[in-house]
Structure formats: structure tokens, C-alpha cells
Design a protein around this ligand. Structure first.
Ligand code: SF4
Length: 422
């Protein structure tokens, strides 16, 4: 048993019940989904097939994949990887086809990002930039564990939150280093071998980089080993490279090959097509559920269709029986219109989900009065939430019976290393 499994956070039955697949993969007791996807063969030639045929093939292969995953959950061994193209290559091809008429997210810009002559709402062509990657020790305890969450931070976003707490990353599309799928795979490969409990794809927003991430995951599923030049290139954005992490023997191996749970850490502003691809690659999901059903997503984040998109996507992963936890950031003056409806929806639709009702909102970006970017129209959120607002939010979560206390208050209760049974 690793240090992650020894954490007392798993004694909370709600957390253990919500994240069993994630924990098994993190512990290398089970193969990650990308390893299973590599065993599901396709008879199509992905590069030659029409996009319609590729989607039909994904629909045909997904139940086969799910049955195989179910058998593996029950103790079956992982079959050998397909010799020819598999579900992995199918997903990779589909992501690149989508990139040519981009519909990764509900902006549905339909621009050809491969051509790069026109840009959509995210302002990106086909290139992806990484701001940093490192052992993240600030995520929820079940993700950061004792060795950190292997976080890869992408630049740019498809939303425009005025208060963004990562504004330097999300609003500056030129932040960080241009990267490619092999370099991304190198980052994931390195972080996991250094003991990280998962690979945490995050931004900005990640779905706008779907093609590069799926490509990197497909490489990891096909025996990827980086060259020394790729290791050097990836190291340029490794924020903790001066800590010289040692390789942890066995940390990244299931049945002799690379293994790591893929954590999709996202604003969940994604299309059903993106979700369908991610279903067979994502081991655990971390939706950030910010706004209520009113106009707040428009006034604070210039994002239409927010509520219907995010609730649809969270309901979908619940219906699929996926492992996930939810984050909600309490915003000043938005408890009634955002926090309460978000918590009520969770209680009504996904009551078993662990929820982090977060208190760390601070005025940042366009709502920070100390910043040159400050705009008066955001004065209502230009402060931290009050104690009364936070208490009211947590009280409502408690009244609704949400599973939020372990996740939300773990630091206050001095969990962490002190929770180790060692
Ligand atoms: S990722 Fe979203 S915002 Fe960016 S081009 Fe595609 S559809 Fe538009």
C-alpha cells in the first residue's frame, strides 16, 4: 500500500465510494483507461476514414471498452495491446478532425485551427503552450497525496472570468512554452515516475488543447520513452526541477508498462463530442462548477450557455458511473445567485459527489482594485467573501446533506501528513 492509500481521507466512506477506480489506478492495482483503450482494436484505418465513420466506430467500440473495464474492475487481467490501430488512435484522429472545424467547446467556432488563419474565442491555432508542470501540493488531499499531483498547466481559456485566480495563465495566450504531444507525454512520464499520484491536466482550460492531450495520452499508451532531447525540452517548464526528485521504483508501472490515472481538471465548458472522447481516457474528473443559472456567467465571465452546459456534463459523468469530485468557489455577493443554486443542483442530481466549497476567492485580475486591469463594473466582487458568506455557504451545504466537510476542511483539521497511518 502506498502513502496515498494510507491517508485517513479514505476512511470517509463518501470519498472511498466516489473515487475507487482512481485510487486503484493511482496504486497501480488497475490499468489506467488509456491502457485499456490500447487493447480495443479498430478495423478502420483512422487516417483514411471519414469523420462520420470515426464517430460511428467510437460509438461501436465504447461499449466494448466499458465491458473490458468492468471485467478488469472485477479482477480480469489486461489483454495485450492491439497490434494495429486501437481506440487510442481513433480518439487521437477524432480530436485532430475536430481541430479542423473546432467544436471542442460550446463556442462552436468552427474555425480550422490547423490552418491557423482564423481564430475562435480561445484565440488559439493548433499549437499548445504549457506555463509550468510540477508536483502540485495544493490540490485536494486525495489528489495531492504525499507526493503531489502531477500537474501540467496549459495557457489560455474559453471563458473570461473577470476574477480569474490564474489570470496570467488564462488571459495571456503567449504565456509559457510552445509544446508538442511528445513533450507533453515526457512531462507526464517524468512526473509519474517521480511518484506523482496522477496526471492533472489543467489550465486556463484544458479542453481547448484536447488534440495535443489526447495525442500525448495515445503516446503514453504505446510504450513511449522520451529521448534525452525531449527530457531537456520538457524540463524548461518544470517549476520544481531544482528539487531533483528521485525516480520512485514501481510508481508508474502496471503489468510492466507505464501507468497513471488521468485527471481532467476543467471548467466543464465542453461539447458532448469532447466528452465522448474523454470518456475512454479520463480516470477521474474534477469539474469546477462556478455560476448559478442566472446571468452571472455572462456578466462575470462573458460565457453564454454556462449552466446548461456544465450541469449536462456533470450529469453525464454521473450517469456514466465515473469517478469525480466537484469544486465550487464561493464569490462575494454571489452566495444567493450562484452558491445556493449550485449546491442545490448537486444535492438533487449528484448527491454522492465529494464537494470542495472553497473559501480562497480573492480579488484578482479585472476585479483587483490594486491592478491596472481593474474595472469598476466588477466592484461587487472586489473583495474577499465575508465570514458570514462562507458560513452561510457551508451551512447550506450541510443542510442539503452534501459530502463536503472532509474535502473542504481537510487543512483546517490539520489533515495531510498527520493523517498517515504510519
Ligand atoms: S476550443 Fe472552443 S473557443 Fe477555442 S476555437 Fe474551439 S470551439 Fe472555439
Amino acid at each position: 500500500m502506498s502513502d496515498l492509500a494510507k491517508l485517513k481521507v479514505w476512511d470517509d466512506p463518501a470519498i472511498r465510494a466516489a473515487l475507487p477506480w482512481y485510487l486503484d489506478v493511482a496504486e497501480n492495482r488497475r490499468p489506467a483507461k488509456f491502457r485499456i483503450a490500447a487493447t480495443v482494436a479498430t478495423t478502420l484505418d483512422p487516417a483514411a476514414a471519414s469523420e462520420d465513420a470515426l464517430w460511428a466506430e467510437l460509438d461501436r467500440l465504447t461499449p466494448i471498452f466499458l465491458a473490458r473495464q468492468q471485467a478488469i474492475r472485477a479482477g480480469a487481467r489486461l489483454p495485450s495491446a492491439a497490434e494495429g490501430p486501437s481506440l487510442l488512435e481513433l480518439c487521437r484522429e477524432l480530436a485532430y478532425r475536430m481541430l479542423a472545424h473546432c467544436n471542442f467547446c460550446p463556442w462552436d467556432c468552427r474555425v480550422d485551427r490547423q490552418a491557423g488563419a482564423k481564430f475562435g474565442a480561445c484565440k488559439l491555432a493548433s499549437g499548445s503552450r504549457v506555463s509550468s508542470h510540477f508536483h502540485h501540493t495544493g490540490e485536494e488531499l486525495f489528489y495531492r497525496g504525499t507526493q503531489g499531483s502531477g500537474t501540467i498547466f496549459f495557457t489560455s481559456c474559453n471563458m473570461r472570468c473577470a476574477f480569474c485566480q490564474n489570470g496570467d495563465i488564462s488571459t495571456d495566450k503567449d504565456n509559457g512554452e510552445e509544446t508538442d504531444p511528445r513533450t507533453l507525454a515526457t512531462m507526464a512520464w517524468t512526473l509519474r515516475r517521480e511518484g506523482c499520484h496522477n496526471i492533472n491536466w489543467v489550465g486556463g482550460e484544458v479542453v481547448i488543447h484536447l488534440h495535443a492531450i489526447v495525442d500525448a495520452i495515445a503516446l503514453l499508451g504505446r510504450g513511449f520513452v522520451p529521448t534525452s532531447a525531449e527530457l531537456k525540452r520538457a524540463c524548461r517548464t518544470k517549476a520544481d526541477r531544482f528539487f531533483f526528485f528521485d525516480e520512485v521504483p514501481g510508481a508508474a508501472v502496471y503489468d510492466g508498462r507505464f501507468n497513471a490515472p488521468m485527471l481532467w481538471n476543467s471548467n466543464f465548458f465542453m461539447t458532448p463530442e469532447s466528452m465522448k472522447i474523454l470518456r475512454v481516457l479520463t480516470d477521474v474528473w474534477l469539474p469546477d462548477f462556478k455560476f448559478g443559472p442566472g446571468r452571472c456567467a455572462m456578466t462575470l465571465a462573458k460565457t453564454p450557455w454556462y449552466w446548461e452546459t456544465v450541469t449536462r456534463n456533470i450529469a453525464l459523468i454521473a450517469e456514466w458511473g465515473e469517478d469525480f469530485s466537484i469544486r465550487h468557489l464561493v464569490m462575494p455577493n454571489h452566495v444567493e445567485c450562484c452558491t445556493y443554486p449550485v449546491l442545490e443542483w448537486i444535492a438533487a442530481r449528484v448527491p454522492a459527489a465529494p464537494v470542495n466549497v472553497m473559501a480562497q476567492f480573492h480579488p484578482d485580475n479585472f476585479c483587483d482594485p490594486a491592478s491596472a486591469k481593474y474595472r469598476d463594473k466588477y466592484a461587487e466582487i472586489a473583495r474577499r467573501p465575508t465570514r458570514a458568506e462562507l458560513d452561510a455557504s457551508w451551512r447550506r451545504a450541510g443542510d442539503l446533506g452534501l459530502r463536503f466537510e472532509t474535502t473542504t476542511f481537510e487543512r483546517r483539521h490539520a489533515f495531510g501528513m498527520a493523517m498517515l497511518d504510519i
